[in-house]
Design a protein around this ligand. Structure first.
Ligand SMILES: Nc1ncnc2c1ncn2[C@@H]1O[C@H](COP(=O)(O)OP(=O)(O)OP(=O)(O)O)[C@@H](O)[C@H]1O
Ligand SMILES: [Mg+2]
Length: 435
């Protein structure tokens, strides 16, 4: 009877009289809506509801029963049912109750399409992002790429420094040449110079034959010196000379070789502090940092969180051969509340984890790593103190309290006060507050 009633809605229906069979079908072909009786042999409608919601919170479950009671209706809604119908009902009631659910599914699919096309447009030379800090970065890259010879990229871990270096290479005049990344933190100190400049046979024990270094490999291209802060100070002097003269000598050889190499250095260290500690050469720093690009942290890029999430979901879904439409609202909230100290790399890991865990088509909070769910709950908003009399004083005190409670963490304080970080910064400036 219900199947007949639904024909007018132009939906595909699959009917089952055995709840276990129905559930099996649901797991294999997740539908938009599950319409189920409450009292059934074997599996009750309430149990079916629980299993379906756990499997995929995006599926709407509608319960129907001839034994209507307010308690069971409340229980069903609490467990995540989309609707609860009292039997018997005429066919048109069923249709009017299902229509809004179907419309919501269509709207969500449209929104996903829209997001997807947005994501397509919000990238620049392999970098994804459509936020003011990223626009700024794109503009800089575009302006600098044709001209620089040496350049420094700074930014916290996981902010995309390597991708920025690749973008610079790709948009510069040597894009047809090699892009050679060298991770300075992964090289044994004694082999550093040989790695950079090469060596000739017999230059040191174990140098069995002539070998070209990374500078020569990067000839007519770009050399990325990643984690430059980990380069030994003795090597730094030789690097500076190579940059100044655009020539190198293989270890153990007196012959100079001209190299045409653009050098990009990247680091998450504070090189200025390292100069003060005498672990980084000031002259090399000035040589490198004539142009400095800063990779913005993810917490400053609210708009990008969603774009990057979508990008990673698409990538992992393909990799794991799953259909994943996105995140439930609750899961999105959880991501937005996190501070992302590991930046884009951390987000990538979190989404990778979730894509492995997810059973249905929507990622829910339980699919996200535990540490996100168990991070400190947001403390209660501070109350303005009664001594502060004027509005200005109240505001100042609120800001101070919030910053004190979060140990000076601006995004935490903004969250506490339920204002945006920009607003917080604006108000801090107004009150001349610093942290
Ligand atoms: N804007 C972005 N768009 C797309 N992917 C990004 C972006 N930024 C970073 N990623 C991804 O995040 C991961 C980390 O990026 P990357 O290795 O460039 O960071 P990094 O700044 O060099 O980090 P570290 O200092 O830890 O070496 C990579 O998988 C990269 O593809
Ligand atoms: Mg890196």
């Amino acid at each position: 009877m219900m199947e007949a009633a639904l024909q007018m809605l132009d939906v595909e229906t699959h009917c089952f009289t055995d709840p276990e069979e129905g559930l099996e079908f649901i797991f294999e072909h997740p539908p938009q809506i599950v319409l189920t009786d409450l009292v059934m042999p074997g599996l009750s409608g309430m149990e079916l509801l629980e299993r379906v919601v756990e499997f995929d919170p995006a599926i709407d479950v509608v319960l129907t029963t001839a034994y209507y009671s307010t308690e069971s209706a409340v229980e069903a809604i609490r467990k995540g049912a989309a609707d609860y119908l009292d039997k018997p009902f005429p066919p048109h009631v069923l249709r009017t109750r299902l229509e809004p659910l179907l419309a919501r599914h269509r709207a969500r699919l449209n929104a996903l399409d829209l997001e997807r096309s947005l994501a397509d447009h919000a990238s620049f030379a392999g970098l994804i992002g459509n936020s003011p800090p990223m626009w700024h970065l794109y503009a800089h890259i575009q302006r600098i790429a044709p001209h620089y010879r040496t350049l420094l990229i700074t930014g916290a871990t996981g902010t995309g420094k390597e991708l920025i270096a690749k973008a610079l290479h790709q948009l510069g005049p040597v894009s047809s040449g090699p892009f050679v990344p060298l991770n300075c933190s992964a090289i044994v100190e004694t082999l550093f110079e040989s790695e950079l400049f090469g060596h000739v046979k017999g230059a040191f024990t174990g140098a069995f034959q002539d070998k070209a270094g990374m500078f020569e490999h990067a000839h007519n291209g770009t050399l990325l010196l990643d984690e430059i802060g980990d380069m030994p100070i003795s090597t730094q002097a030789k690097l500076l000379r190579a940059l100044q003269n655009q020539e190198i000598q293989r270890l153990g050889s007196l012959q100079s070789r001209k190299v045409n190499v653009r050098v990009i250095a990247a680091t998450h260290h504070d090189l200025r502090a390292m100069i003060a500690e005498k672990t980084f050469r000031q002259d090399l720093f000035y040589r490198l940092s004539m142009i400095e690009l800063k990779a913005p942290p993810l917490v400053d890029r609210d708009a990008d969180l969603q774009l990057l999430t979508r990008h990673f979901i698409a990538r992992f879904a393909t990799q794991f051969n799953k259909t994943i439409h996105g995140l439930t609202y609750r899961a999105q909230l959880l991501l937005r509340q996190h501070d992302w100290p590991g930046n884009v790399r951390e987000l990538e890991n979190v989404i990778g984890h979730a894509c492995i865990m997810v059973m249905g088509t929507m990622i829910d909070v339980t699919d996200l790593p535990d540490y996100l769910r168990h991070s400190d709950p947001v403390p209660a908003a501070p109350l303005a103190s009664p001594e502060a009399s004027t509005l200005d004083e109240q505001e100042r005190r609120l800001l101070n309290d919030a910053l004190a409670q979060t140990g000076g963490n601006q995004s935490g304080a903004a969250r506490l006060l339920r204002i945006s970080r920009d607003t917080l910064r604006y108000r801090m400036k107004k009150h001349k507050l610093t942290v």
